[in-house]
Design a protein around this ligand. Structure first.
Ligand code: ADP
Ligand code: MG
Length: 298
């Protein structure tokens, strides 16, 4: 996949918590992992809580190739968001090692997109998209041009002057994606970004995200509850186990690209892959439920 130059913008250190350069005490750049943009070796995260330690993530070993589309699925509470936050540099592993490849001699930058209410209600859509660029001290005219370009990319060029409350949830989520792309991150981290949308909007946004990904060549790490969504989007699906979350199984998704909903769904391999993935996931979801029931009972 080629990275189009049109998308390159000098990235500087971001102070906004959702737009940050990767860099934590355990994050290092290593030649040995130069093929991967992120690689985790036996990464774990333990939270100390008043009720005792909670192992949110344990023994996660994986690596993401530059430009790849990676989807993480797993039962609720298994540590998906924790893993994403560690990749974002918002949290640090308590065991193991998270190593970042280098992009033009630097540690990769990232942006995190999550579900719902992430826009500033007092800024219009264009200002929301331009927010990170303002932090980067880009001149106003350049910011506006860039924001308009991105609004165009997500099909909202005509809505720049609208405010978040004046548009639909699906449109707000598209703006959130545009905003994260504005700072040209190397890695796009998405935590159930379409989870609150109705199915029709969700299907349209999946296709749109794939188109944007193909155009920009970002590395994507996408968390979802939905196996359909995972199969539609992913190069590779990582199924996590019940808490503490480890990588239970990895599936390569063979569908040709560019993908469309109808062609993916009508592919005979879809049903087979869905069943294989669900077989594994179901076991983990049941294990997670049993754990939760025990916690409530105890
Ligand atoms: P998921 O995103 O897969 O639903 P999370 O990563 O949000 O799961 O959480 C995994 C586990 O870690 C849960 O048991 C959660 O309660 C716990 N956890 C997450 N963040 C914290 C925190 N800051 N302090 C204590 N426990 C936490
Ligand atoms: Mg989560």
């Amino acid at each position: 996949m080629t990275r189009s130059n049109e998308w390159k913008i000098a990235s500087t250190h971001m102070t906004d918590s959702t737009l940050s350069r990767v860099g934590s005490s355990t994050a290092t750049t290593s030649r040995a992992h130069h093929d991967a943009i992120v690689s985790a070796t036996r990464v774990g995260k333990r939270f100390e809580t008043p009720r005792g330690p909670v192992d949110a993530v344990e023994n996660v070993t994986l690596s993401f190739a530059p430009g790849s589309f990676n989807v993480i699925v797993g039962p609720s509470g298994c540590g998906k968001s924790t893993l994403l936050r560690m990749i974002a540099g918002l949290d640090t592993p308590t065991s193991g090692e998270l190593v970042f490849g280098d992009v033009d001699g630097k540690s990769p930058t990232n942006a995190l997109v999550f579900q719902g209410r992430s826009l500033f209600p007092w800024l219009n859509l264009r200002q929301n998209v331009a927010y990170g660029l303002r932090l980067q001290k880009l001149p106003r005219l350049d910011r506006n041009d860039r924001a308009d370009e991105l609004l165009h990319l997500v099909g909202l060029r005509a809505f720049g002057r609208s405010y978040p409350h004046q548009v639909s949830e699906g449109m707000r989520q598209r703006v959130a994606i545009a905003r994260s792309l504005a700072v040209d991150p190397d890695i796009l981290l998405m935590d159930e970004p379409f989870g609150a949308l109705d199915e029709q909007t969700r299907l349209l946004l999946q296709e749109e995200l794939l188109r944007i990904w193909e155009q920009t060549g970002k590395t994507v790490v996408f968390v979802t509850h939905s196996l359909d969504e995972a199969l539609m989007l992913a190069d590779t699906i990582y199924v996590m186990s019940a808490q503490p979350g480890a990588i239970r199984t990895v599936f390569e998704v063979p569908f040709a690209r560019p993908r469309e909903f109808t062609s993916v769904r009508s592919d005979p391999k879809f049903a087979e892959l869905f069943t294989r993935t669900w077989d594994i996931l179901r076991t983990e979801v049941n294990a997670a439920r049993a754990q939760q029931e025990q916690e409530i009972a105890g």
